[in-house]
Write a protein that binds this ligand. Structure first.
Ligand code: NAP
Length: 283
């Protein structure tokens, strides 16, 4: 598809962004869905965020994503945020309508959609989340909202796990919550286990947070780290016969949800699942 005077521009603001896969995902999607648009990544540090946002308004760029370290700081630069972004206290997607900026968060919903694409419904499931950073918070809150039965949050810094567990139980009384350090994790009767720490991420690809094989054999083992696409955590689980889901799935779905917000139209996600191996060089 060629660039012309009607081509829309969408972008990512983050720091660092050199390893981001978002331009690959969005440009592939625009091409396949015949949307006359392009997506680029801008390396913007904390001090430059407000200037970048002013520039986006001046150029009438109709939507953008924000990633580390801007997901919370962006909120004060927006006119409003939607219900889910408010629940998560963070924004990863912004829509610009004639200079009015609205914030959304598609991270948690992207993970849930990736599960649904693997025919897994979150309702009444027992879940272990390892990690208590921004991504863990987005995923746990969305799972609680969608009717998980129980959520155990395990983290190196136990206070952070406790904070998330408290927040879930204050907002969703029906969900049984618990917190722990990683060594004392409860491994019994888990339906879904998700590594939400950055352990195992390139270039430290040989490390893994915990042996996934301590969980019951019918648990689905997930990792939201997407570089490498098959992390050590997932590979160990796979070798032992567990079902697994990698971080690329969440990355794809959070991107598709962003596009649907910007473009007000349904985006075909089947294209990704069919060609995922080719797009991301998955072995
Ligand atoms: P974050 O807010 O910085 O949180 C990092 C988490 O990792 C914390 O729980 C931290 O524990 C834990 N951690 C880091 N190093 C550790 C170590 N050596 N041992 C034990 N725990 C360790 O980061 P985030 O935004 O939540 O992102 C986490 C990971 O998810 C990153 O790799 C990111 O690339 C990935 N991610 C993927 C997607 C996707 O679409 N697939 C989306 C968002 C994020 P402490 O609290 O104890 O420090």
């Amino acid at each position: 598809m060629s660039i012309d005077a009607d081509t829309k521009l969408f972008c990512l603001l983050g720091h660092p962004i050199s390893k981001s896969l978002s331009p690959i995902i969005h440009n592939y999607s625009f091409e396949e869905n015949e949307v006359n648009a392009r997506y680029v990544a801008f390396d913007v540090d904390k001090n430059a965020l407000k200037y970048a946002v002013n520039g986006i308004k001046a150029l009438n760029i109709q939507g953008f994503n924000v990633t580390i370290p801007h997901k919370v700081d962006i909120i004060k630069l927006l006119d409003e945020i939607d219900e889910e972004a408010n629940l998560l206290g963070a924004v990863n997607t912004v829509k610009n309508v004639n200079g009015k900026l609205t914030g959304f968060n598609t991270d948690g919903r992207g993970f849930i959609q990736a599960l649904q694409n693997n025919n897994i419904d979150i309702k009444d499931k027992n879940i272990t989340i390892i990690g208590a950073g921004g991504a863990a918070r987005a995923i746990t809150m969305t799972m609680a909202k969608d009717g998980a039965r129980s959520i155990q949050v395990a983290n190196r810094t136990v206070e952070k796990a406790k904070k998330i567990a408290y927040e879930i139980s204050s907002k969703f009384q029906n969900v049984v919550t618990s917190w722990t350090d990683i060594q004392n994790i409860n491994t019994v009767d888990m339906d879904i286990v998700v590594n939400c720490t950055s352990v195992g991420m390139y270039p430290d690809a040989e490390s893994f947070i915990i042996d996934p094989c301590i969980f019951n054999k019918n648990a689905l083992i997930c990792d939201i780290v997407y570089k490498p696409t098959l992390t050590k955590f997932l590979n160990v689980a796979k070798q032992s016969g567990y079902r697994i889901m990698g971080g690329i799935d969440m990355l794809i779905y959070q991107a598709i949800l962003s596009e649907q917000i910007w473009l007000d139209k349904k985006i075909n996600s089947k294209l990704f699942t069919e060609k995922k191996k080719d797009i991301f060089n998955i072995l």
